[in-house]
Design a protein around this ligand. Structure first.
Ligand code: NAI
Length: 713
């Protein structure tokens, strides 16, 4: 066998080491699943084997779950995925006691395998985690996870684990009853063997007549309430946009009162149904497979070395955050600002984050000190003489940035890369100040830098491919996921994200009730409504971008009727959340409510015009963003559909159930999307005009991922 090693000890215990060759972490690959029947036969038929202990051959993990790369082959189709559930049931019915020794991450199918064993021992460490994260990629645990977890810990405790998909550390897993015994690190295998030698039972507890599920049957008042609360939470988080969570709930509700065999059959039925949905396919692809490929550097992986020393210019909100993530990934950092005090203040931000991490037990004191030692705050540009890269994050001011570029380049080694974190200024025009435009690039971070994992890398007209590869290597080295885009106003993310806000504002000036607009946004599964986002971004910033765009483009840019509304808000000091007032009132304590004075600024329609069908509003919000992403693709702003999709979900929270804007178009079908945009354009104007290249794709039956025509393939 390739993936499992069996060693028989003197007590007749077969220690099965799970170790997928060539991987740093085990997953349930097609090859693993194909080997399972032979493994089971050997364990069952060899009379010398009295008991079995599973363990991992990998350091720090047992198994990360299903192999999503392999699963993607079948997802969204009617093809059956491999029959893991039945095989795990066979393991449970082996007729010999089976224990498992867990010393690291145990997720998804890994935890399902563990729950099919009769006894679970885990290392007593918060680093060892357990979870069923399937729901987060549009799937449900199909290897018995919904049935065994609910039987093991009870309905009330199982539902949040299944529906939120968040992992729990070993000590908590033991409290919940997922783990039977905690052992010291290094003692886990011995403890598992001890259980077998001590007469461990070969029968799963739910196969013993009279087994009582913790918390009782679904019909206890507490359990009924748990189901009701879970259903309410689901409505709020998924709005029926993807079926995984709902189907998980149904599996538990329908399966828990039946014998396990029937529960497993019910789960398999829902698994296949969920797995066949286009949402599952799109989510697996974008949230996992594409994202992982991009996080390794995509087509630029391994093409350049990561920098060892980096200068960050401007120690404000962004610069301070960038310095922290670099230092956390062992990059020597010079943090420069106009004077020493400002630079020190920027370093102070890292100190705060280190203290917070230490308090939560996520960083040791010495690791925190090392991190801080790597940041040199300074006001002296001469400190940049030996850096490999400079990331510029001074105020968003064209003249200032030009001055800083010249000043920095006086010190910088000729080979060093210059990256600007500008959020709005075209990279090619900033590069005009540079004596080395081929080494000049945009490296656009998102705020807060330590929590937002996307980095948008912007290639100017003169940027070399080597510079792109080096910027990608830098982003990968600091643990971010880079997407590479070509220079465009607003680049890719801000340009598309803006359309969500603008479409909401268009609705506002049509007289549509603001609360309905906000609900429509949330019902698409965007994190917030468009008006609230406008407040979060800041209404004055939005207005400045609009005015700058008008100044740059002149007649080619139409000032829409909503612009005076924003201008009035800004003139009234209602700048958004930062000023405590905008489209919303923010009375404190995290509360907010839509501002009643809006009706004086924007027209208020009557009857149906004020309250149109919410489905129509949802379509407008999603189609508008997806159309802009498609335009970016066809104009060459973004060349890789995977980057367009991953960048949308990670960068501006585009509805994850779609798999991203281009997956969304594919999911509807390009022909249907084009027809619906044509209808919207006829009613609402050219902002819904479809690019010719997309119309041609639709005519051929092609999508961004699925190609039908020979020419496109
Ligand atoms: P900020 O106002 O917090 O910080 C700017 C810093 O630059 C200040 O500490 C200032 O003293 C310093 N500075 C000004 N002139 C300097 C000079 N000649 N030499 C060295 N330091 C100088 O601004 P923030 O928010 O950090 O933004 C910085 C850049 O990042 C801007 O270009 C902005 O557009 C961009 N950005 C901002 C995002 C955000 O969410 N705030 C997101 C992505 C990009």
């Amino acid at each position: 066998m390739e993936n499992f090693r069996i060693e028989l000890d003197a007590d007749g215990i077969a220690v099965v080491t799970f170790d997928v060759p060539g991987r740093s972490m085990n997953t349930l690959t097609n090859s693993v699943i194909a080997e399972f029947p032979a493994l089971l036969a050997k364990l069952r038929d060899d009379d010398a084997i009295k008991g079995v202990v599973f363990r991992s051959g990998k350091v720090g993990s047992f198994c990360a779950g299903a192999d999503l790369g392999d699963l993607l082959e079948h997802a969204g189709t009617r093809m059956m995925p491999p029959p893991v559930s039945a095989q795990l049931r066979e393991l449970e019915l082996l007729g010999k006691p089976v224990a498992i020794a867990l010393e690291g991450l145990t997720l998804g199918g890994g935890l399902e395998l563990a729950m099919a064993c009769h006894y679970r021992v885990a290392a007593n460490s918060p680093k060892v985690v357990f979870g069923l994260p399937e729901v987060t990629i549009g799937l449900l645990p199909g290897g018995g996870g919904t049935q065994r977890l609910a039987r093991l810990v009870g309905v009330e405790k199982a539902l949040p684990l299944l529906l939120e998909g968040k992992p729990v550390p070993a000590p908590r897993a033991a409290e919940l009853g997922i783990v039977d015994e905690l052992a010291a690190e290094g003692e886990v295998l011995a403890a598992a063997k001890r259980w077998i030698i001590g007469g461990g039972s070969a029968t799963a507890r739910w196969d013993v007549k009279g087994y009582k599920i913790p918390g009782g049957t679904p019909y206890t008042p507490a359990n009924m309430q748990a189901f009701m609360m879970a259903a309410a939470m689901l409505r709020k988080t998924t709005y029926g946009n993807f079926p995984a969570a709902e189907n998980i709930l149904k599996c538990v509700f329908e399966g828990i009162q039946l014998p396990i065999e029937m529960g497993l059959a019910i789960e398999t039925r829902y698994f296949i149904k969920t797995f066949a949905t286009p949402q599952a396919r799109a989510m697996i692809r974008s949230l996992f497979v594409s994202r992982q490929a991009l996080a390794k550097g995509g087509q630029w992986a391994g093409k350049a070395e990561a920098p060892k020393k980096v200068g960050v210019i401007g120690a404000g909100m962004m610069g301070a955050g960038i310095a922290y993530v670099q230092a956390a990934r062992k990059i020597e950092t010079v943090l420069l600002d106009v004077d020493q005090a400002a630079a020190e203040k920027g370093k102070g931000y890292s100190r705060q984050l280190v203290e917070k991490a230490a308090k939560r037990g996520r960083m040791t004191e010495s690791a925190g000190n090392d991190l801080l030692d790597r940041i040199t705050p300074s006001a002296d540009y001469a400190q940049l003489r030996d850096v490999d890269l400079v990331v510029e994050a001074v105020f968003e001011d064209f003249e200032l940035k030009h001055k800083v570029i010249r000043q920095v380049e006086e010190q910088l080694p000729a080979t060093a890369l210059f990256g600007s974190n500008t959020s709005t200024l075209p990279i090619s025009s900033l590069a005009e100040a540079s004596a080395q435009a081929d080494n000049f690039i945009g490296i656009h971070f998102f705020s807060p830098v330590d929590r937002m994992d996307l980095v948008e890398i912007i290639r100017g007209t003169k940027t070399s491919e080597d510079a792109v590869a080096r910027a990608v290597a830098y982003a990968v080295a600091i643990g971010k996921t880079p997407i590479v885009v070509n220079d465009s106003r607003g680049f890719y993310t801000s340009r598309c994200f803006g359309t969500y806000i603008y479409e909401g504002l268009e609705m506002l000036v049509e007289g549509i009730t603001p609360a309905l607009i906000e609900n429509a946004g949330r019902m698409t599964s965007m994190p917030r409504g468009p008006l609230e986002i406008s407040d979060d971004v800041a209404n004055d910033l939005l207005l400045r971008v609009i005015d700058q765009t008008k100044a740059a483009l002149g007649d080619a840019y139409e000032i829409r009727p909503f612009v005076p509304v924003i201008r009035s808000l800004v003139e009234a000091g209602r700048l958004g959340r930062k000023s405590g007032a905008g489209f919303y009132e923010y009375p404190g304590d995290g509360r907010k409510q839509l501002w009643s004075g809006l009706s004086d600024l924007a027209p208020v329609a009557k009857g149906e015009a004020a309250l149109p069908d919410v489905e129509w509003l949802k379509t407008r919000l999603l189609h508008r963003q997806a159309l802009e992403a498609a335009r970016c693709f066809h104009e060459g702003v973004i060349e890789d559909p995977r980057a367009a999709d991953v960048g949308a979900i990670m960068g501006w929270g585009f509805a994850a159930w779609t798999g991203g804007p281009l997956s969304y178009i594919d999911g509807l079908g390009t022909a249907r999307f084009v027809a619906e945009c044509d209808e919207l354009a006829a009613k609402l104007g050219p902002r819904f005009a479809v690019p010719d290249a997309l119309r041609a794709m639709a005519a051929q039956g092609d999508g961004y991922y699925q190609k039908r025509s020979k020419a496109a393939a």
